[in-house]
Structures are given as structure tokens and as C-alpha cells.
Design a protein around this ligand. Structure first.
Ligand SMILES: [Mn+2]
Length: 293
């Protein structure tokens, strides 16, 4: 067993070898507050990866889910805490709300602790190209014009994830590995595939119109780096199914990092006040209140 004293012993014991450093890390669709959120995987990722910049590209805290059922285990607190701690130690954190945490959009232009909240951002790659950073739900006509439809889609998706969990418990009992039923269905369903391609084109067109060389987004839970119409389409994935982050390496390459395995099981649980005397608690409470009015 690893130490669980609440003082991040593993971080400190870790020699430089297993820690990676990047120019920027992009995370989205974490969906804290839902049972589907793989907070332990994300925590493990955050322990092993540092960067000058972190972009939180929307759907970080799931206000829709919290409104109907409050689900907030310790690991979800730990994710918030870990990000705030990085911010305090010098990482610039930019939080771009998505549609599930749209309630945070009222705070755009403000700074909470070291976290700036913006409706969208520009990221300049090492080679000078500029990327428009947005959650991506602006491209989604369904959500913009008929929110109830999106909610129905959401309920179906939650049900699918629920089914997926039980299905995989059964697989595990029979000695099979993890296999994502929901991902499988998503890529098989023709409509979903054409929706993904429409989504890409809409965002690329908008990025071009605004004078960017490409876009970084999330929202559709499908990580990808590719050229669309001569521009760069980059999606950082999610922490519900694909467990992916987007990184820009120190030499300016964009990569998708998958974190399907937890390298350090039973991570220590940090406590608010012990080694964090600044206002993290107030910020977390404010964020939780903002998403759960
Ligand atoms: Mn979204």
C-alpha cells in the first residue's frame, strides 16, 4: 500500500523521470458531479504531468447532473483541489465553461484565485500558429435551439454509460477486459458519425472566419488531431469514456495522451487546510455553489 497521509508523499518521492512537462495541457468534459466521471484517472494524470498552461475546455463540473442528483465523492474534490494547487504553484489556468457548466459563464472575465474564467481563448503554438479554444457547443444547433432535446440525448447517454458499467462488471467477472459499449455504439451509429463531421466543419469555418489557424475543442467526447479544410481540428476528448488529454510538448508538437491505467493506485487524499492556507476552499465552495444554485 502506498502512503495515504494526505501530504502528497507520492508527488514528492517521485523523481523527475516519471513526471512529464508540457507547454500546455487541455482538458475538457471531466463531468465532475456524475458517477461516470473517472476522477481517479484524471488525478493520476495530473500527478504525472505538469505544464506552463492548463486550459479547462468546458463541462468540467456537471451542473445539469448536480441539479437533479448530488454526487460528489472525495476524488471529485481532489481534482478541483489539485488543479487549484497547480495554479498556485505557477501554472496559468484558463477555465472556459461549456454547456454543462454554463452557469460559470456569468463569471467570464473574472479571476478566482489563479484561475481566469473566459468564454473562449486564443492559444499560440510554439511555431506561431494560433488556435481558437472553445468548448464547441456553439456548433451544436440542437443545444442552442432546443435545450430539452439535448437533455433527452443526455439522459440516453447517461443510461448508456450505466449499461456500460454493468456490462463491464459482468465482463470482469467472466475474466474479460474493459470494453466501451457506449464508444462502440457511438462510432457505429451513422448519424453520430455525420454529426461529428458536421461539428468539425462548423467549428473550423468559425475559427477561419475569426482569423485562427485552427480550433481546440471538446464537447463530443472524441479526441482527435487532424486537418479539416486545411486548418487544424483538435479535440481533447473527455474523462468519462476515452480518458484523454491534449498536450503541446515543449518542442511544440500536439499529442493526445490516453490515461486508461492508474499508475499509482489508492492515491493520498489531500485535505483543504493542512498544506493549503490560501483561499482554495472558498474558491471550491464558490464553484460548487455556482453550479448548484
Ligand atoms: Mn459539452
Amino acid at each position: 500500500m502506498q502512503g495515504r497521509s494526505g501530504h502528497f508523499p507520492i508527488d514528492e518521492q517521485r523523481s523527475g523521470g516519471s513526471q512529464r512537462r508540457y507547454r500546455a495541457i487541455f482538458l475538457s468534459d471531466i463531468h465532475l458531479g456524475t458517477p461516470g466521471c473517472k476522477a481517479e484517472h484524471l488525478l493520476d494524470f495530473l500527478r504525472h504531468n505538469e505544464s506552463d498552461l492548463i486550459y479547462l475546455v468546458g463541462d468540467i463540473i456537471d451542473g445539469w447532473a448536480l441539479r437533479s442528483r448530488f454526487h460528489w465523492p472525495q476524488a471529485h474534490n481532489d481534482v478541483v483541489q489539485k488543479i487549484l494547487r497547480k495554479a498556485r504553484k505557477g501554472t496559468s489556468v484558463v477555465y472556459i465553461p461549456g454547456n454543462h457548466d454554463e452557469i460559470a459563464r456569468q463569471f467570464c472575465g473574472l479571476k478566482f484565485g489563479e484561475v481566469s474564467i473566459c468564454a473562449e481563448a486564443e492559444h499560440r503554438l510554439l511555431d506561431g500558429r494560433t488556435l481558437w479554444v472553445t468548448h464547441g457547443d456553439v456548433a451544436d444547433g440542437v443545444i442552442r435551439h432546443a435545450k430539452w432535446l439535448a437533455h433527452v440525448g443526455d439522459a440516453l447517454y447517461d443510461w448508456l454509460l450505466w449499461l456500460n458499467r454493468h456490462f463491464n462488471n459482468l465482463r470482469a467477472r467472466l475474466g474479460f477486459g474493459y470494453w466501451s459499449l457506449s464508444q462502440f455504439l457511438k462510432y457505429k451509429v451513422k448519424n453520430a458519425v455525420s454529426f461529428i463531421s458536421d461539428f468539425e466543419h462548423v467549428l473550423i469555418r468559425e475559427a477561419r472566419k475569426r482569423g485562427y489557424d485552427g480550433v481546440v475543442c471538446g464537447h463530443i467526447h472524441h479526441a482527435q488531431i487532424r486537418e479539416v479544410d486545411g486548418a487544424l481540428y483538435v479535440n481533447d476528448g473527455d474523462w468519462v469514456e476515452s480518458l484523454t488529454a491534449l498536450v503541446e510538448t515543449l518542442d511544440g508538437r500536439l499529442e493526445i495522451v490516453e490515461w486508461k491505467e492508474i499508475l499509482v493506485p489508492n492515491p493520498p487524499s489531500p485535505h483543504w487546510s493542512r498544506d493549503d492556507e490560501s483561499g482554495d476552499e472558498a474558491v471550491s465552495v464558490a464553484l460548487m455553489e455556482a453550479t448548484n444554485p
